[in-house]
Design a binder for this molecule. Structure first.
Ligand code: PEP
Ligand code: MG
Length: 364
C-alpha cells in the first residue's frame, strides 16, 4: 500500500508540474471534502446546498419553509435552517484548510422536497398548526409539470429573498468564525447563484447578498473578502455573458443543465428511450458523459470570449459532471478555463487529463 501511495504521489506530482488548470471538487459533506483534499483537490468548486437537507429533521424544516404561506412562518423555518447551514459551512471551511470554497445557493427541484405521503402531510400540518387541507392546497399550488424548468435556482431567491439572506448569513458567519480560529488561512467565500438566464436576476439577488454580507461583516467588526458569481447553465446566460460578467466575480459552467437545455434532452431520463438514443447512429455518445464541443462547448467558448473583456478578473470554471471526464477536461484547457471541479474520486483523473492537455498543447 505504501508503495502504491508512493507511486501515485510521484505520478500526481509530475502531473501537477505541467498542468495549468486547477482542479477542485464537488462536495457537500466534510467527509467528501477531506477525501477530495487527500486526492489533491485545490478547493470546492460546487457545494450543492440543497443536498444538505436529506436528514429527517432537516427535511422537516425545509418543508416548513417552502410550505409556509406568510413571511413570518417562512422566517421561523429559516432560523432553524440558518443554524444547520452555518455549522455545515464551518465544517467545509475546516476541511479545506484555507483553499477556496464555493457555496451554491439553494437549487432544489421543489417537487423533490414537498411532502408526498399522507403521513408527511399530517406531520407538516401539525408542525405548522394548519389543517391537512390547507397543506394540500399549498402543495398543489407548488405543482409544476416541468419542475426542472420551473421554480428553482435563483428564481427561488427572487421570489423569496429571505432564503438568500439566510444563506448569506450562514456563509459569512461561518467564514468569520473560521478566519478567527485560523488567521493563517485565506478564508474568502465564494457565493454562487444558480440558474441565472438574465443579468437582472443576478443583480437582484446579488443586492440582497451584498447588503446582508456587508452588514454581517460590519457587525462583527472584521475584514472579510467574499465573491459573488454565477452558474452559466442556461443557453441564454452564455449568449448574454457580457452583461452577466459585469455583475459576476466568476462564472462556473453547469454543463449538466447546459447540455439538457442545449439539446432539449432530459438529464433525468437517461435510462429510458434517451439512453439508447444517445448511443444511436446519429449521436454516437452520451452528451451528459462527454462534453459536446460543437454545441455546448461553443456556448462555453462564447461566454468566455464575451465575459473576459468586460471583467478582466473574471475567473471561470466548470462543475458539471464533465469536469472529471478526460476529453472534456482537455477541451476546458483549450478554451481557457481556470479550473475544473469534479466528484472526489475523479480528482486524480482530472489532474492527469489537465497535465496531458497542457503537454499536448505545448507539443512536448
Ligand atoms: C449543472 O447543472 O451542471 C450543475 C453542476 O448543477 P446541478 O447538477 O446541481 O444542476
Ligand atoms: Mg444545474
Amino acid at each position: 500500500d505504501a508503495r502504491i501511495a508512493g507511486e501515485f504521489g510521484r505520478i500526481m506530482a509530475w502531473a501537477d508540474k505541467y498542468r495549468k488548470l486547477h482542479v477542485r471538487t464537488n462536495a457537500d459533506t466534510p467527509a467528501d471534502a477531506r477525501k477530495a483534499r487527500e486526492l489533491g483537490a485545490e478547493g470546492i468548486g460546487l457545494c450543492r446546498t440543497e443536498h444538505m437537507f436529506f436528514e429527517p429533521e432537516r427535511i422537516a424544516a425545509f418543508r416548513e419553509m417552502i410550505c409556509s404561506d406568510t413571511v413570518e412562518e417562512r422566517e421561523a423555518a429559516l432560523d432553524k435552517i440558518l443554524s444547520y447551514q452555518q455549522g455545515d459551512f464551518e465544517k467545509l471551511y475546516e476541511a479545506l484548510e484555507g483553499y477556496p470554497v464555493c457555496i451554491r445557493f439553494l437549487d432544489p427541484p421543489l417537487h423533490e422536497f414537498v411532502p408526498t405521503s399522507e403521513e408527511e402531510i399530517q406531520l407538516l400540518a401539525k408542525a405548522q398548526g394548519k389543517s391537512v387541507e390547507t397543506i394540500k392546497n399549498i402543495i398543489s399550488s407548488l405543482h409544476e409539470f416541468n419542475p426542472m424548468m420551473g421554480h428553482r435556482g435563483c428564481r427561488l431567491a427572487v421570489t423569496y429573498p429571505e432564503i438568500a439572506k439566510m444563506q448569506t448569513r450562514a456563509v459569512i458567519r461561518a467564514a468569520i468564525k473560521t478566519q478567527k480560529d485560523h488567521p493563517e488561512w485565506n478564508v474568502r467565500p465564494e457565493i454562487m447563484i444558480p440558474l441565472v438566464c438574465e443579468v437582472k436576476e443576478l443583480k437582484y439577488v446579488k443586492k440582497t447578498v451584498v447588503e446582508t454580507a456587508d452588514a454581517e461583516i460590519a457587525a462583527a467588526g472584521v475584514k472579510l473578502e467574499y465573491e459573488v458569481g454565477t452558474m452559466i447553465e442556461i443557453p441564454r446566460a452564455a449568449l448574454t455573458a457580457d452583461e452577466i460578467a459585469a455583475e459576476a466575480d466568476f462564472f462556473c459552467f453547469g454543463t449538466n443543465d447546459l447540455t439538457q437545455m442545449t439539446f432539449g434532452f432530459s438529464r433525468d431520463d437517461a435510462g429510458k428511450f434517451l439512453g439508447a438514443y444517445y448511443e444511436s447512429k446519429i449521436f454516437e455518445s452520451d452528451p451528459f458523459a462527454r462534453l459536446d464541443q460543437k454545441g455546448v462547448g461553443k456556448l462555453m467558448k462564447m461566454a468566455i470570449e464575451l465575459g473576459r473583456p468586460v471583467n478582466q478578473k473574471l475567473h471561470v470554471g466548470i462543475c458539471g459532471e464533465h469536469g472529471g471526464d478526460p476529453s472534456s477536461v482537455e477541451f476546458c484547457h483549450r478554451i481557457g478555463l481556470d479550473y475544473v471541479s469534479c466528484s472526489p474520486f475523479r480528482v486524480p483523473i482530472a489532474r492527469l487529463a489537465a497535465a496531458q492537455a497542457a503537454i499536448s498543447e505545448s507539443g512536448k
